[in-house]
Write a protein that binds this ligand. Structure first.
Ligand SMILES: C[S@@+](CC[C@H](N)C(=O)[O-])C[C@H]1O[C@@H](n2cnc3c(N)ncnc32)[C@H](O)[C@@H]1O
Length: 271
């Protein structure tokens, strides 16, 4: 999509940067506007490691999904805050392993729905919902979720690089608990978010992103706050870590090793 065709989607505000479109730009995608690119360039000045961070995050998501499908037999996924379709999305990875895998993508950015629908037109095992993923009841009651997700079988629930978008007053810890409660035993939760142990970095980047996205952001947190998402769950090896170290399958590609800010988290199973 280019700046010129924004008129086709009246819900899309091309003037306010969106997290989904900035992330798309960081990954080298084309579904972004001048406002997103300008905000991203400013962010990179404040945090020069942003692009490798985004690339490592996407690789983590792709790795985890493949491992859950291949090694743990997971055949259905709920992707909270899926972002814009890019190369190797969850349904493509899983359906290469087993074409009967089902995936529901959830995102509240209208551009995700517009592009997701076009991509999925002919894939009956996949749906994209434009919804606020904080609204657990509406998501689990949605006809597409009821059609595609069998709550008698393990589910892979993804919260990959999204919970920093949720402010504390929306209780992201309660959200993870609510979703976990709805899932059957043997389901998996994949959770990571942006953290820094440096208070000044947390303040600077959080202020920048809250202001830049018109308040549609939460905050950078600390590792111990991410560990709280996993309370009561069985954490898979190698534990909660900087995500490029989570079962790496290649030495190639960027590794984001600075202390500036990192994506921190892991994978857990509901007992
Ligand atoms: C950084 S992107 C991550 C995309 C994808 N999970 C990944 O890791 O590649 C964050 C996404 O979360 C979405 N998002 C943020 N808050 C949301 C909310 N409350 N409900 C639904 N989607 C949300 C944004 O629109 C954006 O697409």
């Amino acid at each position: 999509m280019t700046d010129g065709d924004g008129g086709r989607h009246p819900d899309i505000d091309v003037n306010t940067p969106s997290v989904a479109r900035m992330y798309d730009y960081a990954l080298g995608g084309k579904d972004n506007y001048a406002s997103d690119r300008a905000a991203y360039e400013e962010l990179e000045k404040a945090a020069p490691s942003t692009r490798p961070l985004a690339i490592n995050n996407r690789r983590f998501l792709q790795r985890v999904v493949r491992i859950l499908a291949e090694d743990y037999g997971v055949r259905q996924f709920l992707d909270h805050g899926s972002g814009l379709p890019t190369q190797d999305n969850v349904h493509q990875i899983t359906q290469r392993i087993d074409p009967s895998c089902r995936v529901v993508y959830i995102d509240n950015d209208p551009i995700v729905l517009a592009h997701g629908r076009a991509l999925l037109q002919e894939n009956e095992n996949t749906a994209v919902l434009q919804a606020d993923f904080r609204d657990t009841d509406a998501i689990f009651d949605h006809p597409d979720v009821q059609r595609l997700i069998d709550l008698d079988e393990p589910v892979g629930a993804l919260f990959v690089s999204v919970l920093h978008c949720i402010p504390d007053d929306s209780d992201p810890w309660g959200l993870v608990r609510r979703v976990t409660d709805r899932l059957p035993s043997g389901s998996f939760l994949v959770i990571n978010q942006l953290v820094s142990e440096d208070a000044e970095v947390r303040r600077r980047i959080t202020d920048f992103l809250v202001e830049g996205t018109g308040g549609r952001w939460g905050r950078l947190r600390q590792r111990h706050e991410v560990e709280r998402y996993f309370e009561g769950l069985e954490i898979l090896e190698p534990g909660l870590i900087e995500i490029s170290d989570w079962r790496p399958d290649s030495d190639l590609g960027p590794k984001q090793k600075t202390d500036e800010w990192i994506e921190f988290g892991g994978v857990a199973r509901k007992r």
